[in-house]
Design a protein around this ligand. Structure first.
Ligand code: FMN
Length: 379
């Protein structure tokens, strides 16, 4: 890396300031948070989080596809307060909603993942920490020992780095590994090109590894993904399991029933249905459209997490009724982090839970098992 680039990195580090907010936030609905963040955030950072691939049809489709399914109201079911508590891998959850793994929380808040994990813990659910987080795996644990955590692995070509990360996750009490399989390179994201976005702050898991080629700081998304293992294959599931000290491994980015079955055959302990929030393959289906066939193929052998487009209580209800065990919250968690820190993140989860409570009551679902059996029409 030339000295000009190094200087640019230094300047960017000095210049970048993220939110330090720590407060309750008013939430009309989760999507409305996006524009409030846009007003106050550096355009490159906002575009990195909000943006998606190519013409962004999948980003839209992830929302629109929920309309292909309709929850049938039920009456006279004698419900007063539905019980939305549940569990995933034996971890008790206050709601069937967990945090999705997202890179670079430090773009949205100075405290980054340490603060989001606090908010997620306050809401009583699971925090997923990305390989490309701005806080190290152990730092997130040290500040939030009470919050259950999953670690998301972008498998690198360097197995020493993979082992370094998996050791740290195991030693720091993480409960599962999420092996992300749908992003062996980055989608074509025009927002990042328009703003010339490079990560202004380091990714601490990279920065702390002695043989890393860089900390991520001053690098663009293509540089970052260049370190990922592009030739990822089924045998890598077994490999990750053998390196993960017995932790269960979810495979994330599944959109095809055949891939789900193959992943389970090769040892996956959970299937994570996701299209990466429309950031990878454009022209793909809305994520909820593929959930029913995947759930059928999985046949309850392993738990299913669903994400991509979750914004409303009814989205949660539909995902559960179509075969998911829990859903994961993506971008809105970061908007809330920016606007309100840990309290904001907790408020966002609780808002979604409030909307979901209405859905449970009006579909006649006393508890999550009944929600999963709610009657649903397909258009
Ligand atoms: C800014 C951003 C960064 C992301 N980083 C990661 C990541 O590091 N690892 C990963 O597995 N998924 C990552 N994702 C995908 C999310 O886990 C999730 O699949 C997606 O946000 C769901 O779409 P939604 O936010 O529109 O609901 C990222 C998504 C966004 C928006």
């Amino acid at each position: 890396m030339g000295s000009t680039c190094k200087n640019r990195q230094k300047e960017e580090k000095m210049e970048y300031t993220a939110s330090t907010a720590e407060q309750h936030i008013d939430i009309l609905n989760l999507e409305s948070l996006r524009d409030r963040v846009k007003e106050n955030t550096e355009p490159g950072a906002f575009g990195y989080v909000a943006g998606a691939a190519s013409d962004e049809q999948v980003l839209d489709e992830n929302r629109k596809a929920f309309n292909h399914f309709q929850l049938v109201p039920r009456v006279l079911q004698n419900i007063e307060k539905p019980d939305m508590t549940t569990e995933l891998l034996g971890i008790p959850l206050s709601m069937p909603i967990i945090g999705a793994p997202i890179a670079a929380h430090g773009l949205m808040h100075e405290g980054g993942e340490k603060v989001s994990a606090k908010g997620v813990g306050m809401a009583g659910t699971i925090m997923s920490v990305s390989t490309y987080g701005n806080a190290r795996i152990d730092e997130v644990e040290n500040e939030n020992p009470g919050t259950p955590k999953f670690f998301q692995l972008y498998m690198s070509d360097d197995d020493n780095f993979n082992q370094y990360l998996l050791n740290m996750a195991y030693e720091n009490n993480y409960k599962a590994i999420i092996l992300t399989a749908d992003a062996t390179l980055g989608g074509y994201r025009e927002d990042d090109i328009k703003t010339g976005f490079t990560f202004p702050i380091p990714m601490e898991n990279l920065a702390s590894f002695s043989n890393a080629a860089g900390s991520g700081q001053g690098m663009n998304i293509a540089d970052i993904y260049a370190k990922a293992r592009q030739s990822l294959n089924l045998a890598d599931i077994k490999k990750v399991k053998s390196m993960a000290h017995g932790l269960p491994v979810f495979v994330k980015g599944i959109q095809d029933p055949e891939d789900a079955v193959a992943a389970i055959d090769f040892g996956a302990d959970g299937i994570w249905v996701s299209n990466h929030g429309g950031r990878e393959l454009n022209g793909a289906p809305g994520s909820i459209d593929v959930l029913p066939s995947i759930a059928q193929a999985v046949g309850k052998r392993v738990p299913i997490v669903f994400d991509s487009g979750i914004r409303r209580g009814e989205d949660v209800g539909k995902a559960l009724a179509l075969g998911a065990d829990v859903v994961a919250l993506g971008r809105p968690m970061l908007w809330a982090l920016n606007l309100g820190g840990a309290q904001g993140v907790s408020d966002a989860f609780n808002h979604l839970a409030m909307e979901f409570n209405i859905v449970m009551q009006l579909t006649g679902s006393h508890n999550i098992e009944e929600m999963k059996k709610a009657h649903i029409l397909t258009k």
